[in-house]
Design a protein around this ligand. Structure first.
Ligand code: IPD
Ligand code: CA
Ligand code: CA
Ligand code: CA
Length: 263
């Protein structure tokens, strides 16, 4: 890659801001007839697709040798050394209800490793970014995870997958059993939830059924901020494995043992 990664990150952030502005403007004009369904409570709009096409065009110009892996599939995935992993609108359910948060999520993968992450919340005007160890930032200022060590008094995000198998249901029951000691939140944008852990606003987040575009940028930002990401077995397969536990590290084992383990 001929681009300096920091310079590239700045340009990607600008692109995310312009897509975020587009999303904000379009949200105010949204009509019921704009809403389509991919499945029960799984919404999409032409705005998701237009935002994606805009990102593909601008990121493609920035790094012509990179391919794309995107939620709306407006461009076909091809295996290349570099891949942009994009969710043009993370939080569509909030978005179509005129609610917030929602975000633009852009990760850049080199071979098997993410090397750049941008998550932009256009309503809060919060830009999360990272390019490597100790580089995670919120609006240009360094961020790091909380040091809260236990489920007791934890502030913990989660999401409910579109299709819930027995294991997923058991995990939600396990979480419910902890409601006397933790404060649970569902914010509705996986990318923002993971970045909330990265900047110490929340202590952990878990979700099954997520896709690479929900996780790529946020998980990289979290790791650069000193946090921990694993699949439900504590392993590394969280990008494509549809299981994510993201935490400040200190609380990670307790989340795995107290909520995720379904034995
Ligand atoms: C969704 C959001 C939501 C999560 C869903 C995702 P989308 O992404 O991240 O928080 O619970 O599983 O699919 O569809 O709004 O981009
Ligand atoms: Ca979606
Ligand atoms: Ca998403
Ligand atoms: Ca999306």
């Amino acid at each position: 890659m001929s681009n300096d990664i920091e310079v590239l990150c700045g340009k990607v952030a600008q692109i995310a801001v312009s897509t975020g502005e587009f999303l904000k403007i379009q949200q105010a004009k949204l009509h019921r007839s704009d809403i389509e369904f991919k499945g029960v409570r799984n919404y999409v709009t032409h705005i998701d697709k237009e935002a994606e096409q805009q990102l593909v065009k601008e990121l493609g110009a920035l790094l012509p040798e990179a391919s794309f892996l995107t939620e709306e599939g407006t461009v076909e995935y091809q295996k290349e050394r570099y891949t942009w992993i994009i969710d043009p609108l993370d939080g569509t359910t909030n978005y179509i209800h005129g609610d917030k948060p929602f975000s633009v999520s852009i990760g850049l993968k080199e071979d098997d490793k993410i090397i750049l992450g941008i998550v932009y919340d256009p309503v809060a005007e919060e830009m999360f970014s990272a390019t490597g160890k100790d580089t995670a930032q919120l609006n240009g200022k360094p961020i790091s995870v909380s040091n809260h060590p236990s489920l007791n008094n934890g502030y913990i995000g989660f999401g409910i997958p579109y299709s819930l198998d027995e294991k997923g249901e058991q995990i939600l029951k396990n979480a419910f059993a902890q409601f006397r000691q933790c404060s649970f939140r569902i914010k509705g944008s996986a990318a923002i939830e993971i970045c909330s852990v990265a900047m110490g606003r929340s202590d952990a987040y878990f979700h099954s059924g997520l896709s690479p575009w929900d996780v790529a940028a946020g998980s990289f930002i979290l790791k650069c901020a000193g946090g921990t990401c694993t699949d439900f077995s504590g392993g590394e397969n969280y990008l494509f494995g549809k299981e994510l536990v993201a935490s400040n590290g200190a609380i990670h084992r307790e989340i795995l043992q107290g909520i995720i383990t379904t034995l």
